[in-house]
Ligand binder design. Structure first.
Ligand SMILES: *Cc1c(COP(=O)(O)O)cnc(C)c1O
Length: 399
């Protein structure tokens, strides 16, 4: 644990002004019970042994750090390194916290794990983790998303989770959240709601961060072994913010390390087709916590857009909001065409097809690498692989 992190969040779940529990009073006790169980259970040697065994033998951790030589040389500036979360089982960083949450639910004696999913990435990672630890899993998904995301829908079914089609409202993520939450409220003592990023009421931003912090912990050690010094800059994409905080946490006290979170600039910050929450949002409450969010004048979340469905969220994790305010992390955005360009460059120069989410981080690293010297280094969190995006990109670029 780093110093900056040790006292975060406070006992009420606040990171500075952000986070907390903006929920009905009867749920506060439920959340606090989860927090208490979390603190107790995850500190036991038995839990840690099982978690780390699964990280090693099942996920394939530690994921390597790879020096992207051809990409770096083409840009002619800083040397670019990638933390290869794309190599994890199921192809992204999400499995790190899904296994943690499923295992926690099992240790707490819960009967069922519940969640919503938008494009299905969280759903597949969670269904995988639940199959692995042997606990019932129920995922709510909008009917429109179900029709759009066939491969993930099929995977969830094969993995044995109960998939609930949500046919109310817009039949997309927002309604899936409401539907899953209603189911959760039927029996919060026996159900566990597995949140998919560092968002939601306390203690979830803390729980998900802690499970993802393995990424930065490994990366810091690996980088020191490889280069004998720390990276100059860290870059990660930010949707809810779990892969970014997972990388950043281990480096928060290293004042020489600059950190940059990259949001989806979509079709441009001057349009309403983006999800640049930290860049253009304002403070408000959303999904049970306080954060920067993109909201209308009545405080309702605005529709957001990203070419990468995993970044498509009107709020952002409370710790990122705090890190922005205290200026420890910089936040910026990358638009669709820059993202596509980075997606193709990394594919063709390195043979690595990145997730469109991760391509936002790659695009920003490419931008700043050119302005830096070859003695300097950038470490990107390559949060996931792009197999899921291949058809979309081929279509978009008429390949
Ligand atoms: C879901 C996802 C993201 C965005 O989530 P964060 O919580 O911001 O990390 C980023 N990259 C990939 C590959 C994803 O699947």
């Amino acid at each position: 644990m780093t110093k900056l992190n040790a006292d975060m969040p406070d006992s009420k779940g606040y990171f500075g002004e952000y986070g907390g529990q903006i929920i009905p009073p009867e749920l506060v006790k439920v959340m606090n019970d989860i927090d208490e169980a979390y603190e107790k259970v995850t500190k036991t040697a038995e839990f840690q042994r099982e978690l780390h065994q699964l990280y090693t033998d099942y996920v394939g951790r530690p994921s390597p750090i790879y020096y992207a030589k051809r990409l770096s040389e083409k840009l002619g500036g800083a040397r670019i390194f990638l933390k290869r979360e794309d190599l994890n089982h199921t192809g992204a960083h999400k499995i790190n916290h899904c296994i943690g949450e499923a295992l926690l639910a099992k240790f707490m004696g819960k009967k069922k794990v519940l969640a919503e999913t938008g494009a299905g990435q969280h759903g597949v990672a969670l269904a995988t983790a639940c199959a692995l630890v042997g606990i019932e899993c129920e995922i709510h998904m909008g009917e429109i998303d179900i029709q759009k995301e066939h491969p993930n829908v099929v995977k969830m079914k094969i993995l044995g989770c109960k998939l609930v089609s949500v046919t109310r409202g817009t039949q997309t993520l927002k309604d899936a959240v409401d539907s899953a939450f209603e189911e959760y409220l039927k029996d919060p003592v026996n159900y566990f709601y597995a949140i998919g990023s560092v968002v939601g009421p306390h203690p979830f931003p803390k729980i998900v961060r802690d499970f993802q912090s393995i990424v930065g912990k490994e990366a810091r050690e690996q980088f020191l072994v490889k280069e004998n010094k720390l990276p100059d800059v860290l870059v990660a994409c930010v949707g809810g913010g779990s892969n970014a905080i997972g990388l950043f946490t281990a480096f928060l006290d290293d004042s020489s390390v600059r950190m940059i979170g990259v949001e989806p600039g979509g079709k441009g910050l001057d349009t309403d087709q983006h999800a640049a929450t930290l860049t253009l949002g304002s403070k408000g409450a959303l999904h049970g916590f306080e954060c920067y969010n993109l909201q209308d004048s009545d405080g309702n979340p605005l529709p957001v857009y990203s070419i990468a469905s995993g970044l498509d969220y009107p709020g952002v994790g409370p710790q990122h909001c705090h890190l922005k305010d205290i200026k420890r992390v910089e936040y910026t955005s990358i638009d669709d065409s820059e993202c596509m360009d980075a997606f193709m460059q990394l594919s063709r120069l390195e043979g690595l097809i990145p997730a469109l989410e991760s391509a936002h981080a790659v695009a920003h690293a490419m931008k700043i690498a050119k302005t830096m010297s070859p003695e300097e280094t950038i470490l990107i969190n390559l949060s996931g692989r792009g197999d899921k995006d291949a058809d979309f990109v081929a279509n978009y670029l008429s390949l």
